[in-house]
Design a protein around this ligand. Structure first.
Ligand SMILES: Cc1cc2nc3c(=O)[nH]c(=O)nc-3n(C[C@H](O)[C@H](O)[C@H](O)COP(=O)(O)OP(=O)(O)OC[C@H]3O[C@@H](n4cnc5c(N)ncnc54)[C@H](O)[C@@H]3O)c2cc1C
Length: 403
């Protein structure tokens, strides 16, 4: 027999947790909204039930890849080469949907579709695009992107130590790459190295199993644990000239890829904050203390409103950024501002969400703890807040302050 309080609760229609407070998804076409609904269903049905377990075990859920590939979201923004050509705005919303349930899956997609496919799309020859992009769009081949090194992270623009030496029709690669997402299993890794002859940075497509290429899984991460990051060692690794990215002539071309993918990381950040907010709100609606749902306490509502403000401000900012990107108006400083802002706001949002859950906020099976930890990695990868601030600072003041 239900108590009168339970009956009253059943009768009361509580608003469903929804981090799209300004209805931005509603501005998309019906066709685009249908795709987003499919992505949402995939994440809720296939990923949400298993991801905490994979995250705790530090493993990637390969079992969901066939269903993810059926969504047709790899290379979503690119034109031609088997890619849907849907533009950056929809790509961004899809990224947000992935991250809203799990930032590790969004990061997997960001590395494969953004960094790896993006390098080939922006810096590859016609033949390289024809060879790789259609099978990567179908996710038959998975990509990775190797730029960061053990001793060089923020300073990659001028300081890469991995080297490329030309010998006839081949290049010989030497050095190490650290943190490389997907690289333990990727079919192809884009490796960036400095040409010993002219000192410029070049990109190389290194296929799995190439002699001299080893990718060792990095253990013990406290964030994005389902993402498989590798320490890559290149030891006299030979790559054919035809596998050098033909239109990557200096770090400026690498930077074009990063400018594009930083937008994606901003969407990952906002999805992470949105997921944490929605879980926190659902919890506040059902968790009772002092005889009533904690969502009815003024101080808890204030936490939720702070979170929602962060999420909504970030969404609006990044939507405009993606519109600028689609219109060809986006500069590096525009992407950097959004990446730095969204990740900083998300860091606050996930901390407030964790606080709202009390002790349960540190239990992984309540999800918010996973978002809390994952936000830390998102804050640092693809340019830390400081590095992105310096990019914006240089643009607005006219003074470069990197050194
Ligand atoms: C989970 C995860 C996944 C990743 N995936 C990939 C990947 O797939 N491919 C890839 O190539 N890389 C990847 N990275 C690497 C990532 O891009 C780097 O970690 C990031 O660029 C920062 O480099 P770093 O870790 O070496 O830090 P450092 O560069 O050593 O920075 C340390 C601190 O110094 C600050 N700092 C540095 N320079 C300045 C300056 N001039 N002024 C003020 N402060 C400064 C930084 O902001 C930071 O706080 C990944 C990282 C993580 C954590």
């Amino acid at each position: 027999m239900a108590t009168s309080r339970e009956q009253a609760k059943q009768e009361q229609q509580l608003p469903p947790p929804d981090g799209d407070f300004y209805g931005l998804i509603g501005t998309l076409s019906q066709e685009d909204r249908d795709l987003l609904s499919q992505v949402r269903a995939f994440m809720q049905e296939k990923v949400a039930p298993i991801i905490n377990d994979y995250w705790m075990r530090d493993e990637f859920p390969f079992e969901v890849l066939p269903a993810m590939s059926d969504l047709g979201i790899a290379g979503l923004a690119y034109e031609g080469y088997g890619c849907p050509g849907k533009g950056t705005v929809l790509d961004g919303f899809v990224t947000m949907e992935l991250s809203r349930v799990d930032p590790s899956m969004a990061t997997f997609q960001g590395v494969h579709s953004g960094l790896a496919m993006g390098s080939i799309y922006l810096c590859g020859s016609e033949e390289q695009r024809q060879k790789w992009l259609p099978q990567m769009a179908r996710m038959e081949k998975i990509g990775a992107f190797g730029l960061t090194e053990p001793e060089i992270g923020s300073g990659v623009a001028g300081g890469l130590t991995a080297t490329a030496r030309r010998e006839g029709d081949e290049w010989v690669l030497n050095g190490q790459k650290k943190w490389i997402g997907n690289a333990t299993f990727a079919d192809v890794t884009v490796v960036w190295a400095r040409d010993l002859a002219d000192d410029t940075v070049k990109g190389f497509l290194v296929e799995k199993g190439t002699p001299g290429f080893t990718a060792e899984k990095m253990e013990n991460k406290m964030a994005l644990r389902a993402v498989q990051n590798a320490l890559i060692t290149l030891d006299e690794c030979r790559v054919k000239e035809e596998d050098r990215l033909q239109n990557a002539n200096s770090f400026k071309d690498t930077a074009k890829v990063l400018r594009m993918t930083r937008v994606g990381v901003a969407w990952i950040a906002v999805g992470c904050g949105m997921g944490a907010y929605e879980h926190a709100l659902a919890y506040a609606q059902q968790r009772e203390q002092f005889g009533r749902p904690i969502g009815g306490f003024q101080l808890i509502q204030d936490l939720l409103v702070q979170m929602l403000g962060n999420v909504t401000a970030s969404q609006c900012m990044i939507l405009r950024l993606s519109q600028m990107q689609d219109a060809g108006e986006m500069k590096a400083e525009h992407a950097s501002l959004a990446k730095a802002f969204a990740t900083t706001r998300t860091r606050e949002t996930v901390a407030l969400a964790r606080e709202l859950l009390g002790g349960n906020g540190v239990l992984i099976n309540y999800d918010v703890g996973r978002f809390f930890a994952d936000a830390e990695a998102i804050h640092s990868y693809e340019g830390t807040r400081q590095v992105n601030s310096l990019i914006v600072g240089r643009a607005i003041t006219g003074f470069g302050a990197f050194l």
